[in-house]
Design a protein around this ligand. Structure first.
Ligand SMILES: NC(=O)c1ccc[n+]([C@@H]2O[C@H](COP(=O)([O-])OP(=O)(O)OC[C@H]3O[C@@H](n4cnc5c(N)ncnc54)[C@H](O)[C@@H]3O)[C@@H](O)[C@H]2O)c1
Length: 245
């Protein structure tokens, strides 16, 4: 039987790459995204993909999306936003909107998915970030939300494992796609950041999609409550940046 996957924020960036990879692997794919034009384009370019325009931070919209797309075997909580700038220069509205989408939206979708998955095997994968582990310059409220996603993943994993539903997160590092693509248009930043990665390259959307496919496969089926860091080794490379003879 074909597995069904629903990907939030699946109309662009990493989400679209995950959707295309899942289609290639034979999944039935649904995406939920606020960007109507991007959803239409994704549907036009990927014939069997089904899209639904909804805001993950709104409970009723999420319920409607699941009603339309059906109960999935796997949900990827990928939709996320960032408001760049130092925390103390940000408005409370900036902080709230980031929390609303990244943390509360992930919660609303996870709860809806878990309730509908009851009685079948299920898997929820939340896209966090290496900012769940380390803060970053100018990252505003984003690291706080990503650390929250990591802990919510663990909480849900212990709550849902008795229902045969696994919950994991994937933490991308320096990825040359989506919300970070504009950062890497600056050649100096690109060189500095790729040079800082032990594997000496930026990551791609495909790197993240393949990690997700592994977690969701039979081979990954004993992984639960785990954050899978996909970053070429950068987040734990502090001492590598300070070599000694
Ligand atoms: N690109 C990176 O370098 C990187 C690194 C680490 C983590 N991430 C995480 O990966 C995920 C995807 O990021 P991306 O880089 O592809 O970003 P992106 O901005 O390219 O794509 C995000 C998608 O989510 C949708 N979206 C935003 N708010 C929404 C909402 N309220 N409801 C439904 N859809 C909504 C957008 O319309 C967009 O299609 C995010 O959670 C992000 O935090 C990205």
């Amino acid at each position: 039987m074909r597995k069904k996957i629903i990907i939030t924020g699946g109309a662009s960036g990493l989400g679209l790459e995950i959707a295309k990879t899942a289609l290639d692997r034979g999944y039935e794919v649904g995406i939920i995204d606020t960007d109507e034009a991007a959803v239409k384009l994704a549907e036009d370019q990927n014939k069997s993909l089904r899209g639904y325009v909804a805001n993950i931070a709104k409970e009723n919209e999420v319920k409607n999306a699941f009603d339309q797309l059906g109960t999935p075997n796997t949900v990827i909580n990928n939709a996320g936003i960032v408001r760049f700038g130092p925390l103390i220069e940000q408005s409370v509205e900036d902080f709230i909107s980031t929390v609303n989408v990244n943390l509360i939206g992930t919660y609303i979708v996870s709860r809806e998915a878990a309730l509908r998955m009851e009685g079948q095997e299920g898997h929820i994968i939340n896209i966090s970030s290496i900012n769940s582990i380390t803060p970053g310059p100018g990252a505003g409220a984003y690291p706080s939300t990503k650390a929250g996603i990591k802990q919510m993943t663990r909480q849900l994993a212990i709550e849902l494992s008795g229902k045969n539903i696994r919950v994991n997160s994937v933490a991308p590092g320096f990825i040359d796609a989506g919300m970070s693509a504009p950062i890497y248009e600056d050649e100096k930043v690109r060189k500095a950041r790729s040079g800082a990665v032990p594997l000496k390259r930026l990551g791609t959307g495909k790197d993240i999609a393949e990690a997700i496919m592994f977690l969701d496969s039979e081979q990954g089926s004993y992984v639960n409550g785990h954050e899978f860091v996909v970053d070429g080794g950068v987040v734990h490379s502090l001492l590598n940046q300070l070599p000694r003879d």
